[in-house]
Design a protein around this ligand. Sequence first.
Ligand code: ADP
Length: 440
Amino acid sequence: MWGFTAMRLIATIAVGLAAGMVAGRPWAGIAIALALQVAWLLTRLYRLDHWLRHRGRMDPPVLHGVWDDIVTQVARLHRRKRHHKQRLATVLRELRESTDALPDGVVALTAQGEIAWFNRAAAQLLRLQGRRDIGIRIDNLIRQPRFVRYLQAGGGTAPLVLQVSEAPEAWLSLHVLPYGEGQRMLLIRDVTRETRLETMRKDFVANASHELRSPLTVISGYLETLATDPATDPAHAPPLAEMRRQAERMAAIIGDLLVLSRLEAKDGQTPGEPVDVAAMLTLLRKEVLARPRHPAQVELAIETQDRLMGDELELHSAFANLVDNAAKYTPEAGRIALRWWSDREGAHFSVADTGPGIPAASIPRLTERFYRVDPGRSRATGGSGLGLSIVKHVLQRHGARLEVVSAEGRGSTFSCHFPPERVLAAAGRPSAMIDTHGNH
Ligand code: ADP
């Protein structure tokens, strides 16, 4: 086509030149021919421009030569764009319909925390009112300080459960997830029913334990009187002793249930006060040695005098449970070793024993309530099955984690790892500088 166009231009110039020569003014002939050519080109350009402006309503013009080529290409591009637009609109509609079908609320947030988009469930849960609420900041809508802090921290792995109204009681689980470039997705779920049931369960356990305590105290009292009364038939001594043992076990279970209820009722982490862990462990060791039956070797390694920011009673109950387990499950010929040390990663307490060990499959389940690896053995030792649940809760309240390493037949090591911000370095020795013991 371009060859043809060039030929036509040359032909026009040649005709102009020939006509000019006949008239005796060849240059004027060429100039007139070129002017006509330009005029022709301009009319094509005008028609092309007119069509491009109104192409939605007009058929493509017939312009001949390369112009037709250009018109065809523009028409094809236009068709393709329209097709893509339609497809995009269909995909968007389907996406909107599918997210509207979700039972959970979804809100897309800009990097500034403004609402960019939300689905129907989110509109219902947050009482959003259509397009009007697009662009408003989410922390203007949910103003609770806990949510604002959670949002500022960039959300997290765990959702935040908030009470959003008291009457009628309503609880929402809010989960902020980052995506794209600074944008965030807020997932919202109505957890009113679950939260209410959970509260009822906690209240029930706390009340039942509390109610059971008084009658049990009376029974224990009478059992003790009977056991020590010289008038009691000696034949009744063994069953009485067993009844006292079982009553003690029941009291221990009720006591542990109450401790757990109290721990559960407390929200978030404990700020706490400086706790002298070294002194606490020294005392715990003495208590083990004072038992009528205990492992022959009870070692204690205090490698730091750093103190721990925490709740002394809670920490005592966690450490005592771990030490008690080690002492309980380790035979008299065995050995238990307590260790307290600190390094760059924080402060650590561990109890190692040469007891029966725990099968790998049971380790993740140890902190479940009433979970026992070997129910027979645990009952025989008077265990409540709640000790490690208490340990887990106490550690959670201190931002710490429990690590269990065990080999069946060889023994177990339970370690509590506390973060550096919980460590109060002993005078003159900031804990972060001490790293002579490595990380065991
Ligand atoms: P319990 O009061 O029964 O000891 P815990 O919650 O303290 O309950 O422990 C749960 C279970 O974990 C125990 O029943 C026992 O089977 C197992 N366990 C805990 N500590 C040890 C240990 N040091 N050695 C072996 N088994 C252990």
